[in-house]
Write a protein that binds this ligand. Structure first.
Ligand SMILES: [Zn+2]
Length: 599
């Protein structure tokens, strides 16, 4: 991002006429960071050469930085053995709200950044916060799920989705510090830290550090909530180490560091975690383990008083036991199956894991356990496979998982109503996919060319799915007149104009020459049409699936503190809304300071 000095930093720069203003340093946190007063962060200045420490001068609002940050930084003469020096100061905080201009010079060049430190009210408005994330949940999914699960009469929907029936709504922008396109890591990181970061990063700014765990950290929502005596949970139907739940606790430049992330969950003292991904908890001597050591994290969690659940039955037994205050739930070796497979088609891994909970069930178990903490709680609930099924261009599976998200929200709202009406409920996505409903497909139209069975405008009419069941799902997805869902980004694939009844769609595979090609498995399906992809098909960046888009996502909110949600907001503002509602700045509720990460 080009360096844009604010008015105040421009004044500082103008006064420093003897040194070049070319930005030969990078200062972390990056410019325009919004920092919650009292939240912990690492301060780092990277110089682009080996510098003389005697020539280094770092000022915060014109005074030596130690006046604001409290202690001197470590000077690293040669970072990672390279010809570059750095200053590093871990685990600092700023308690006083205001604008902070930080300038750093090595005597030859100078860089400047501006941070805004913000406060929260002294008294919290909400006792609890539930943050729902539909991973990759886009406007197209929202419209499609409404068309499937709500009736239309006279051109109007006859009832509302729970996610729509909320008093406050905003559009969130999702861009990061390195790119216009975000992934689930830096997107969730924005919600759980209030800082922007780059693709694949969790709980850190992306510096030049060689080690993925050495990048400048920022404090997570879990750490802050724990400092205020709240219970914390993260439940999902992805692997629990996956980016969205991991953002609740992790500090790593690489979201793929699953084994480190398991350790970070353990050290965070988070109260409830549930999802798939058991192999990274098991010692390498156990068949199927994905660990590189012989640490048994399941045993470690149990020794730290966590109940373990590996099935829905065990989960419900644990949640119903009034003594349970901590729970580790691992229901699959990979991702938990999505709603269409779990409830209707029994494909995916359902035969191998027949007793997996769905997202509303894990949420209800988490609510029972977390609400035993009288100070309140923060819970993240993710419907993760809306994203995964959109990557694989499996529209129907994505829509059923969007309906599952709505069910969870509906039940959370009911829970909140029955438990004091003091819970802030936020529902959003982390990023979008290029998915849209363009009409219907009608098998009864004449001919064999499936393209000519697509109805657009008045020809689309209405689909003929059966009336939805109590959870909002039509119990038949392969109806004769169904939604025509299209994706705008895709690899080479065979478009079958039909739901994939025998398991999740696998659009493209790599051939012997390393080129991504359409999966021949679908070639002979009636009416299948070859679509030539519009994404890279060769090299390391070759795409076997659709990709995320830069489109805004919708945030809806209800409950105390929800009025902060309106207009266009940055994704980082979601953290701020939560911090405001829970009065997370330290003066409101001082608890002994704790480290970002327990060692
Ligand atoms: Zn994704």
């Amino acid at each position: 991002m080009p360096f844009k000095p604010s008015l105040l930093s421009a004044v500082v720069l103008a006064a420093a006429s003897t040194v070049s203003t070319c930005p030969a340093q990078t200062i972390f946190p990056l410019t325009r960071a919004d920092i919650l007063a009292g939240s912990r962060f690492d301060f780092k200045v990277e110089f682009d050469s080996v510098v003389d420490p005697a020539q280094i001068k770092v000022l915060v609002n014109g005074l030596d930085y130690t006046m604001t940050l409290g202690k001197p930084a470590e000077f690293i003469a040669s970072e990672d053995g390279k010809e570059v020096s750095s200053l590093l100061l871990r685990d600092v905080s700023i308690d006083k709200p205001g604008e902070y201009v930080v300038t750093a010079t090595d005597g030859k060049t100078r860089q400047s950044v501006t941070w805004t430190v913000y406060d929260t009210p002294a008294k919290k408005a909400a006792k609890n916060v539930i943050l729902f994330v539909g991973d990759g949940f886009s406007i197209g999914h929202r419209t499609a799920m409404r068309l499937l699960s709500k009736g239309i009469e006279g051109g109007k929907f006859t009832s509302k989705l729970a996610i729509d029936d909320m008093p406050y709504m905003a559009l969130l922008t999702t861009q990061g510090t390195d790119s216009i396109i975000t992934d689930s890591a830096n997107a969730a990181h924005a919600y759980t830290t209030g800082h922007k970061s780059c693709v694949n990063a969790l709980g850190v700014y992306c510096s030049r550090a060689a080690n993925t765990l050495d990048h400048p950290k920022v404090e997570t929502l879990t750490s802050l909530a724990k400092r205020h005596g709240l219970a914390v949970g993260a439940v999902t139907n992805s692997e629990i180490e996956d980016a969205t739940p991991a953002a609740m606790v992790a500090h790593t430049r690489r979201r793929s560091n699953y084994n480190d992330i398991v350790d970070m969950f353990y050290n965070s003292n988070i109260d409830v975690i549930m999802g798939g991904g058991s192999p990274n908890f098991l010692p390498m001597s156990t068949p199927g383990s994905k660990r590189k050591d012989d640490v048994n994290y399941i045993e470690r969690f149990k020794q730290a008083n966590y109940r373990l659940a590996t099935t829905k039955t065990e989960m419900q037994d644990a949640a119903n036991d009034s003594k349970t205050t901590k729970l580790l739930g691992l229901y699959n070796t990979g991702n938990v199956d999505g709603a269409l497979d779990l409830k209707f088609l029994k494909k995916g891994s359902v035969s191998k894991f027949p007793d997996q909970p769905d997202v509303p069930e894990t949420m209800n178990a988490a609510l029972k356990i977390l609400s035993r903490n009288k100070n309140g709680f923060v819970l993240m609930v993710e419907s993760a496979r809306i994203d995964k099924y959109s990557h694989s261009l499996d529209g129907e599976r994505a829509i059923y998982d969007a309906i599952m998200l709505d069910n969870a929200v509906k039940q959370a709202r009911q829970w909140a109503k029955e438990h004091g009406d003091n819970t802030l409920i936020l529902v959003t996505a982390d990023h979008s996919h290029a998915v849209s409903v363009v009409g219907t497909v009608d098998d009864d139209k004449p001919g064999t060319d499936m393209r000519n069975k697509v109805g657009t405008y008045n020809e689309a009419g209405f689909p003929n799915y059966p009336a939805p069941n109590a959870e909002g799902y039509p119990d038949k997805v392969d109806v004769s007149r169904r939604l025509r869902l299209v994706f705008g980004s895709y690899p080479d694939h065979y478009d079958t104009f039909a739901p994939h009844m025998d398991g999740e769609f696998v659009p493209a595979i790599r051939n012997a020459e390393g080129v991504m090609v359409a999966n021949e498995k679908y070639k002979d399906q009636a009416g299948a049409v070859l679509r030539v992809g519009n994404l890279p098909n060769q090299g390391p960046g070759a795409a076997n699936s659709g990709v995320h888009t830069a489109d805004d996502v919708v945030l809806t909110a209800v409950g105390p503190g929800a009025a902060q949600v309106h207009g266009q907001m940055e994704n980082t503002d979601v953290f701020r809304v939560i911090a405001q509602a829970l009065a997370l700045a330290p003066r409101a509720n001082p608890v002994a300071a704790s480290k970002i990460q327990k060692k």
